[in-house]
Design a protein around this ligand. Structure first.
Ligand code: HEC
Ligand code: HEC
Length: 246
């Protein structure tokens, strides 16, 4: 299989609802629990400063948005145009409200605010729901079906679908990592491999890269449909990000 060695491993039913945090090595778990060693604290602190400067005037304290992160991606309508947006997209939508240029999804400020909003939402159960209006509901259901389709379609030179790893190989070793069920609970993540924080958008593209497939562009519909599928699949699981990853 083109040099890709995946160790044997069949998921037990006890593993299927586990967060990626449960698959960290003891060293990374220790780093995550130690506030002084955990680089994520810096992002959350920066997020608090940005919040006071750019967001507080409309939203009051960030704690008022405690349930927000668990509800993305959401379907929004702008100029009769419906699209799915995730939390990082929402941050950029709001930034434009105050006349700022939207920054990239992986921009330091975007990730700092995302880290802040996710840290406030820790423990909230993932709650991805269809909108109430009939047309919106149909669009949402179609997007979810697309996401499910993407999740189970073989891609790349390795010819593997998401499900082959994240359902079929949970617990197996792959390039010094242990394959988790791929739940979207822990984002944004500080990945040692990146020496940086990254959003779910970037992690999903890294999985495309891992199987040597053409990467969908950042912010593309494909990635939002996949995120929607992953969120619905994980509905009811508590958010536990931001977190450290290898
Ligand atoms: C060849 C196996 C493989 C395939 C195929 C694959 N991934 Fe991954 N994925 C990994 C590995 C390894 C990691 C890092 C360890 C972990 O958390 O599973 C990962 C991480 C993730 C994570 C982050 C989990 C966390 O808690 O940090 C998500 C979400 C994810 N993958 C989704 C997907 C999606 C969606 C696809 C299909 C487009 C996909 N993956 C395809 C191997 C794979
Ligand atoms: C000029 C007022 C204004 C500012 C400033 C503003 N927002 Fe918003 N924000 C809104 C409105 C209005 C909504 C309702 C949803 C929509 O229309 O996008 C919203 C919605 C949100 C939501 C979803 C809330 C929910 O109900 O779950 C988040 C998260 C958010 N904003 C983040 C931010 C961040 C981060 C900043 C600072 C960069 C910011 N906003 C600055 C007006 C603002």
């Amino acid at each position: 299989m083109l040099g890709l060695a995946i160790g044997l491993g069949q998921p037990t039913s006890a593993q299927t609802r586990l967060s990626g945090n449960q698959f960290l090595t003891p060293q990374l778990q220790a780093m995550q629990q130690d506030a002084d060693a955990n680089p994520i604290s810096l992002w959350v602190e920066k997020g608090q400063i940005l919040w006071r400067n750019d967001c507080q005037s409309c939203h009051q304290s960030a704690e008022t948005l405690r349930s927000s992160a668990a509800e993305y991606p959401r379907l929004i309508t702008r100029n009769n145009n419906r699209r799915l947006i995730n939390l990082e997209d929402q941050i950029n939508v709001c930034r434009q409200r105050v006349g700022q240029h939207p920054k990239g999804l992986e921009d330091d400020d975007t990730l700092s605010l995302s880290a802040l909003l996710h840290s406030i939402a820790k423990g909230q159960k993932i709650n991805a729901q269809a909108p109430v209006d009939a047309t919106g509901q149909q669009h949402w259901k179609d997007a979810l079906a697309q996401g499910a389709q993407l999740y189970s379609t073989r891609i790349g030179r390795l010819n593997l679908a998401c499900m082959h790893c994240h359902d079929g190989k949970v617990g197996a070793n792959l390039r010094a990592e242990i394959i988790s069920p791929g739940h979207p609970t822990g984002f944004p993540i500080y990945r040692l491999n990146w020496q940086n924080m990254g959003s779910i958008d970037r992690r999903l593209r890294a999985c495309y890269s891992g199987v040597q497939a053409t990467l969908p562009p950042p912010g593309s519909e494909t990635l939002r449909q996949l995120e929607l599928f992953l969120k619905v699949r994980a509905n009811g699981m508590p958010l536990d990000g931001p977190s450290i990853r290898r």
